[in-house]
Design a protein around this ligand. Structure first.
Ligand SMILES: *Cc1c(COP(=O)(O)O)cnc(C)c1O
Length: 461
């Protein structure tokens, strides 16, 4: 299968270029040492291929850049706002549209109103900023991804789904009056970018109707999810990607979006609502903390670029290239014998570092070791999603490891070409050739919270 694949050509040509610095292995060894062996602390000028995140790292089109020039910077009722509002109303079918500076601002507004002490939020998987905004209000966030979603090898189409049986059980257990809302994360970011089926969201809608509960879509990758539904779910192969997204959004009461993903912009967010009373409360919060209701935290040009991005993202050729190019990297890594999380999700490829670096024990952070090796060998920047990010300590100070030791290669939108990706694949040959020459790492400094961002490491000699 893999060998027969045609060259995956980008459905765009390049009009502006940003030079990349070509560095030597010696240079990178020094740079990484100075950064305390933490890729978050590297200077981007020392990175050749940056796969740290797909958030806000995409390239805008010529149409979006023209939109930037056309942006209307009026304080209230700007043309660019009206353009964005029209596009988002058409997409969501919701009457109340609130712009915000990024996704977590929309989350803070909505969840500070719905949350509070003793409230329960239930999701397929809460994204980390979502969980943080919920827990900050004193509420509890419960993840119930389906059983298949916990197996990182089983080949099934919709491993991002929520467990419907557990959802019903939790509603019984906590009582519907204590449940703030149900949040469907689409695609399921923290669960490997795995898609959610339309059937699953329809079933959640039914359960919400039975118990009079609010259904929120945290759906910053809804276009990517629509691609998977079109290709994998019965009855959708004739449907456009946009109409699939419209149908799913039609099932929800509210939509939270980080526009830094499928909005195809570098900064921006949205909160959209069906209920007037809730929208009034949210608008009041928006004015206090983000800005007037017709700009949120955004300038007119940002809103113009977002309005255009939200239409471009549903382009058939774009979405095909997007999903297939992520899969191309994952499938070719698998063919080389690199253990990857399967099937490949929409925005990233995850490598099982515990399986790849069998010689490094979990308390020496095999994921971090691979992250460092990829930078040293190829100038590739990526992130550990394992015990550095999620590990805890017991009373004796021994590591309680995370369930998995993964490394994430996130793919920015429209930024790298197939030859860049082929280069990444070549670097993995060097990784395989290292065999047992790699070393584990120890943490030499760590802050009390979110340690992966600023921790320092040292190789264990
Ligand atoms: C990125 C993301 C967010 C947060 O958005 P920001 O724009 O980074 O604030 C929320 N939910 C999901 C699923 C995300 O992927």
């Amino acid at each position: 299968m893999v060998n027969k694949m045609r060259t995956l050509t980008e459905p765009f040509k390049i009009k502006m270029v940003e030079p990349l610095k070509v560095t030597t292995e010696e240079y990178r060894i020094e740079a990484l040492k100075k950064a305390g062996y933490n890729t978050f602390l590297l200077s981007s000028k020392d990175v050749f291929i940056d796969l740290l995140t797909d958030s806000g790292t995409g390239a805008m089109s010529d149409r979006q850049w023209s939109g930037i020039m056309m942006g209307d910077e009026s304080y209230a009722g700007a043309r660019s706002w009206e353009h964005l509002e029209t596009v988002v109303k058409d997409l969501t079918g919701m009457p109340y549209i609130l712009p915000t500076h990024q996704g977590r601002a929309a989350e803070r507004i909505l969840y500070s109103i719905l949350g509070g002490k003793d409230k329960i939020f239930i999701s397929n998987t809460h994204f980390d900023t979502t969980r943080a905004n919920i827990e900050y209000t004193g509420a509890k966030a419960i993840d119930i991804v389906c059983e298949e979603g916990k197996d990182n090898q089983i080949d099934l189409p919709f491993k991002g789904n929520i467990d419907l049986f557990k959802l019903k059980e939790l509603i019984q257990e906590y009582g519907k009056e204590n449940i703030a809302c149900i949040i469907m994360t689409v695609t399921n970011n923290s669960s490997g970018g795995q898609p959610v089926s339309m059937e699953n969201v329809r079933e959640v809608r039914k359960i919400c109707d039975e118990h009079n509960l609010l259904l929120v879509l945290d759906a910053c990758r809804i276009a990517e999810n629509s691609y998977f539904i079109h290709h994998r779910e019965h009855g959708f192969s004739e449907r456009t990607f946009k109409s699939i997204a419209q149908e799913m959004l039609g099932l929800a009461d509210a939509f939270v979006m980080s526009a830094k993903k499928d909005g195809l912009v570098n900064m921006g967010g949205l909160l959209t609502l069906r209920d007037e009373e809730l929208s009034v409360k949210c608008k009041n919060m928006l004015i206090i903390s983000e800005g007037f209701t017709t700009y949120g935290g955004l300038s007119g040009r940002d809103m113009e670029a977002l309005a255009i991005g939200l239409e471009e993202v549903f382009d058939e050729d774009y979405l095909h290239y997007r999903i297939r190019s992520t899969a191309y990297l994952g499938e070719h890594l698998k063919a080389k014998g690199i253990p990857v999380v399967w099937p490949i999700g929409g925005h990233a490829v995850y490598i099982d570092a515990k399986k790849l670096y069998k010689n490094i024990p979990v308390n020496q952070y095999p994921g971090q070791a691979l992250v460092c090796d990829l930078y040293i060998k190829g100038g590739i920047r990526c992130v550990e999603v394992g015990s550095v990010m999620f590990g805890k300590y017991d009373e004796k100070g021994e590591l309680i490891p995370a369930p998995n030791e993964l490394v994430r290669l996130a793919i920015p939108r429209r930024v790298y070409t197939q030859s860049h990706i082929d280069y990444v694949l070549d670097i993995f040959d060097d990784i395989l050739e290292m065999e047992d020459a790699n070393t584990g790492y120890k943490i030499t400094y760590e802050p009390p919270f979110l340690r992966h961002f600023t921790a320092h490491f040292e190789p264990i000699k």
